[in-house]
Structure formats: C-alpha cells, structure tokens
Design a protein around this ligand. Structure first.
Ligand code: HEC
Length: 282
C-alpha cells in the first residue's frame, strides 16, 4: 500500500472514533436501561448529581383505580412538575407481583419516546428521546406511553419510573431526580367464568363517532356506559347479533347530548360482568 491509499483509511478511522465518543456521551438522547428505580436496579442518580425530588411531583395517569382490564391497550400519560427546572427525561418499566416483566410497553409517540430493545434481564424500558427532553421547557413535561395489559390472571402490576427534572446545562449536574411507582390491580370480573373472549368491540366506520360492542349475555339486561369518573352516561338495550348480542352506541348520553371524545367504561349486563374500556373517536 502506498501513502495515497492509507490516508483515507486513517481519516475514516478517526471519524469513526469521534462518532463512537459522541454516541457514548449522548446520554440525553436516552439513558441506559435498568435505571427505572425498580427494586434491584439503579436510578438516574447513578450518574446525575443534584437532589432527589418528591414522588408527588410525578404522576402516571390513564389507569383507573378499579384496575386494568386484561388485554386492553392503555394510553398512559407520565407527568413531571418541577418549578425552576427546564429539561426533562424519564425511564419506566412494569412488573408483576413476583417482580417479573408484565404486559407490553408500546411507543405511541416516537418523536419523544423510545423503546430500547436491548432488554436487561427481560425487562422492558420506555424512555425519552433527545427531542423528548424538551430543552428549555419550563416547569413541567409529560410523555404519552402505551401499555398493553397482559392476559387475564396476571394480577397486580407495578409501574416503576424515574424522572429527571434537569436544569438544561447539557451535563449531569444540578438535576432533580424523582423516583416513583404505581400499583394497579387487575380489574375483577364478578362472574365465575373468565370474561376473556366473550366480547368484542369495534368502531363502526365510516361513522367514527360510535362504538359497537358484540357480546354473549342476557338480552333482557341493559348495557351501561360510565364516564371515567364513574358517572352513568347511557344505558342501552342490546339487539340480537347472530347468536350474540350487540349494542351500537352513538356517542350520546341519555339526554341525547354528544359526549366528549375520551374513554368510557362499559358494563355488559350482569352476566358478562367485565368492565371494558372504549375510546370514543370522532
Ligand atoms: C450512565 C450515566 C447516566 C445515567 C444512568 C443517566 N444519565 Fe442522563 N446524562 C448523563 C450525562 C453524562 C449527561 C450529559 C451529557 C448529555 O447531555 O448527554 C446526561 C444528561 C441528561 C439530560 C440533560 C440534562 C441537562 O441539564 O441538560 C437529561 C434530561 C437526562 N440525562 C435524563 C436522564 C434520566 C431521566 C436518567 C434516568 C432514567 C438518566 N439521565 C440517567 C449520564 C447519565
């Protein structure tokens, strides 16, 4: 090899090692896995100095106190509030009562959140992206996270997460680290038979502002739709759907008023006692 062949190679090696160095240092584009604060793993304090914030400054919203419904996809909202801070980050995982990974974390907002497939011990982690640190955003941040609940019988689930309320100095100093967790029970079916597979629901397209629920049960019993706060919104008589029953909810309450586009709980009579969650889409 003569000198003219060697020099491009040498240049390429130099560029590659610079890239490697910048990848290693770019923690703000996503912290390493295993820092969610789950018992037995670290928190962001492994590298970040500063203070620990109160768990009250962070919340995981979108799951009902009555519990999660198996096999449902939930849209969760992780919030963090911290006066004076102006850059943000998080990492979250979910485990069952035995401490094993449970359900499936889903990226619903790929701009601001990412799922790192290099799992540590089978655990799943969802966390911020570079854009999802919201540099300069004062006082608060929130991220949208999807979680598919496990099959029936998985029991209570604990979400562990660790947030960084950072000072936007592009370094790991002067930040406030908040560790928090939330235990959510599995919603109890009152009936003796597992309700799984006994109902289906879909949106009737193109009329998007309605939800159609098909199920097996007693035709004399009403289907009741509740708001997230537990208020009865609508009671409907089912109609036959082959061997099954069906209700077609037009997104109105009992007084005929259009209800907000949000999530509702549906109680399918007394025989099929599962409470399912539907998202009304307009
Ligand atoms: C292995 C060490 C390490 C761990 C663990 C770590 N970080 Fe960092 N983080 C850094 C370093 C170094 C920087 C500064 C360089 C940069 O911005 O990438 C940083 C920067 C940040 C910033 C920008 C800070 C600012 O003030 O501009 C955020 C936000 C952040 N990390 C969030 C997190 C969160 C959330 C966790 C925990 C889930 C975490 N980090 C865990 C090393 C780490």
């Amino acid at each position: 090899m003569d000198a003219t062949q060697q020099s491009p190679l040498a240049v390429r090696i130099a560029v590659l090692s610079m890239l490697a160095a910048s990848i290693v240092l770019a923690y703000s584009s996503g912290p390493p896995n295993g820092m969610s604060g789950r018992p037995g793993e670290g928190t962001c304090l492994a590298c970040h100095s500063g203070s620990s914030g109160s768990p009250d400054s962070s919340n995981l919203l979108g799951l009902q106190p009555t519990g999660y419904t198996s096999d449902s996809l939930y849209t969760l909202n992780l919030t963090v509030n911290y006066a004076g801070q102006q850059r943000w980050g998080f990492e979250l995982t979910a485990v069952d009562a035995a401490g094993s990974p449970v359900g499936q974390l889903v990226v619903l907002d790929p701009v601001n959140t990412q799922y790192d497939t290099s799992q540590v011990g089978g655990y799943q982690y969802i966390k911020h992206t570079s854009a999802g640190t919201f540099p300069g955003q004062a006082g608060q941040a929130n991220w949208t996270i999807g979680w598919r609940a496990p099959a029936a019988g998985a029991g209570a689930v604990t979400f562990y997460w660790c947030c960084n309320a950072a000072n936007n100095n592009n370094s790991n100093s002067g930040d406030t680290i908040i560790r928090d967790s939330l235990v959510v029970a599995e919603a109890a079916g009152i009936g003796s038979e597992p309700a799984r597979g006994r109902f289906t629901w879909r949106y009737a397209n193109p009329a998007r502002n309605r939800a159609v629920i098909s199920y097996q049960g007693n035709p004399d019993l009403l289907v009741r739709i509740y708001s997230a706060e537990g208020r009865l919104v609508r009671a409907l008589h089912p109609s036959p759907d082959g061997e099954r029953l069906q209700v077609d909810w037009d997104g109105r309450d009992d007084a005929g008023r259009t209800v907000p586009e949000t999530r509702y709980f549906v109680r399918l009579g007394a025989e099929v006692t599962t409470v399912i969650q539907v998202q009304l889409v307009r």
